[in-house]
Design a protein around this ligand. Structure first.
Ligand SMILES: [Zn+2]
Length: 522
């Protein structure tokens, strides 16, 4: 059975702490959702906000293949005519085939928050829907605070839905606006609603009890046709229902159809893209799409997965475009290292002497403070080097950094000079940066970027510093730096260790660049 997926990342998602979408961010997200085949993308309220209005203007010139854009607003204000309501008029100006309006289903909210009569609220629902229908729109009605309203005043809550249905609304969405209702209650109430309403019903859940995914999945299993949420669960407070997990659950476990056939394999890529545009790191432990969703660390688990992936994985990661990872740590032991090497060179035999060399190298480095868990790219480089597959792309002959301060008057706090050799060319370059590592990064890219333009797309997406034996040696302590780099499509992590934080960072940086160049030139 087909389930309609309705994404409101652009509005509800934008309510999340730390998110601020520009118009071009919004267009990019809408395009990403379109490529994946999301049915509806709700793009905000053209009546309430200039940015949203601009979005709809720009969106008119963009061709969407699958997605239909939805303008979002509320029922008319109290005591005026629908045709005089500027927000409803703005909804029409957005010029979308579909609109979604929210209205009150809770008598408490009607009487105490918007301060009007129960009857006037019903008129607001009725007249707003009729107005939009007369103007040729398909209308979704979001019944705000429906479940809380139902629990306090069941007759009235149902009456608001009946009013919407009678006014010609196309679909009614039941909202758990405060996110406090449990899945069993939701289903019980939903089943009662079904007895009263004959148009299709949808669900809009918030994650305040951590159950928005369960609620949405159960609602679909109990006859809801539409699921509203945000692609990665972004939203106010604890967020909205996480559509990426809901889609995977419904398609892979319950045989529903949410996306066009085959598109679910792009789920992880789209999740990464949307997190990137939102300027968030994708939650490592997100179901299905997180970078750890198929990571194995305990030695026995790794051994098991290596023998048969079903032993510790609920699905195969490639179904959602994610990948399996074996994390290296002392816990994992030899079988992990071999399993990891086999991912890179599948034909290597267990008794190949190069494996022992690699394991010894790793042990030695780990003893010196390295950790390859979370630094897959550095690990891979060690393997390629041991197998004689890696040829150096450049050599750093010398570098210097100079810090300066206080910062108030200075545009940059540091500069770096670097001397590198690429083939027979010796390059000397310098650059400024925010701190010595940034300056070094820039100077290095400037020096080798003209030989390897592919590096222009690469940037650092995360930088972590860990002091290893801080207690005794304080500022002389060993430092481990892990950096994560991206070219917009893939992510890779590298590690560097030194008594000197700049050198540790520089080692991680060199690994990152070498890894990218190796991948490109393989
Ligand atoms: Zn919401």
């Amino acid at each position: 059975m087909k389930i309609e997926i309705f994404d409101s990342t652009l509005r509800d998602g934008a309510q999340a702490e730390g998110i601020s979408f520009s118009v071009s961010d919004k267009i990019k997200i809408a395009k990403a959702l379109d490529n994946l085949g999301i049915d509806f993308v709700e793009a905000g309220n053209p009546g309430s906000n200039q940015k949203d209005l601009e979005f709809f203007k720009e969106a008119k010139s963009i061709k969407f293949n699958h997605t239909r854009l939805v303008a979002f607003g509320s029922t008319r204000r109290c005591n005026i005519k629908a045709e005089d309501d500027s927000n409803l008029k703005a909804l029409l100006e957005a010029n979308t085939e579909y609109v979604c309006i929210f209205g009150k289903s809770s008598s408490f909210h009607v009487e105490h928050i918007i301060n009007t009569t129960l009857e006037e609220n019903l008129n607001m629902i009725d007249e707003s829907i009729k107005f939009l229908k007369t103007n040729g729109r398909k209308v979704f009605f979001d019944a705000e605070h429906f479940f809380d309203g139902y629990k306090a005043n069941k007759e009235y809550a149902i009456l608001t839905l009946k009013t919407a249905e009678n006014a010609g609304c196309d679909e009614i969405i039941l909202c758990d606006t405060n996110g406090g209702t449990f899945p069993d209650e939701i289903i019980e109430i939903l089943n009662d609603v079904k007895k009263n309403i004959s148009i299709p019903i949808g669900i809009h859940a918030h994650n305040d009890c951590g159950m928005a995914i369960s609620i949405s999945v159960l609602a679909a299993m109990n006859g809801c046709k539409q699921i509203q949420g945000t692609f990665l669960g972004y939203g106010e407070r604890c967020g909205n229902a996480n559509l990426s997990a809901i889609i995977a659950n419904l398609e892979l476990k319950k045989n529903f159809e949410c996306l066009p056939k085959g598109n679910i394999q792009n789920l992880t890529a789209v999740a990464r893209e949307i997190a990137e545009i939102s300027n968030f790191k994708l939650g490592y432990n997100l179901p299905y799409v997180g970078s750890s969703a198929f990571s194995h660390k305990a030695g026995m688990h790794i051994d098991g997965v290596y023998k048969n992936s079903k032993s510790f994985e609920h699905i195969s990661p490639d179904l959602v475009g994610n990948e399996r990872k074996f994390l290296i740590s002392e816990v994992a032991g030899k079988s992990t290292v071999i399993a990891k090497i086999n991912k890179i060179y599948p034909d290597v035999e267990k008794n190949d002497p190069r494996l022992t060399d690699i394991i010894n190298t790793i042990k030695e480095l780990e003893f010196g403070g390295y950790q390859f868990e979370g630094a897959d790219a550095s690990f891979e480089l060690i393997v390629h080097k041991a197998f004689g597959k890696f040829k150096p792309f450049f050599e750093v002959l010398d570098f210097k950094t100079i810090g300066q301060g206080p910062l108030e008057d200075e545009k940059y706090s540091a500069s770096a000079i670097i001397k590198v050799m690429v083939g027979d060319n010796v390059e000397v370059t310098a650059d400024n940066g925010d701190g010595p590592v940034d300056a070094l990064n820039k100077a290095l890219r400037k020096a080798i970027g003209k030989f390897y333009p592919v590096l222009n797309k690469v940037y650092l997406s995360d930088y972590k510093v860990r002091i290893l034996d801080g207690k005794e040696s304080a500022t002389r302590a060993t430092t481990r730096v892990i950096i994560e780099s991206t070219d917009g499509e893939s992510l890779w992590s590298t590690v560097g260790v030194s008594k000197d934080i700049i050198e540790a960072s520089f080692k991680a940086l060199i690994d990152s660049i070498e890894y990218k160049l190796f991948k490109e030139n393989k």
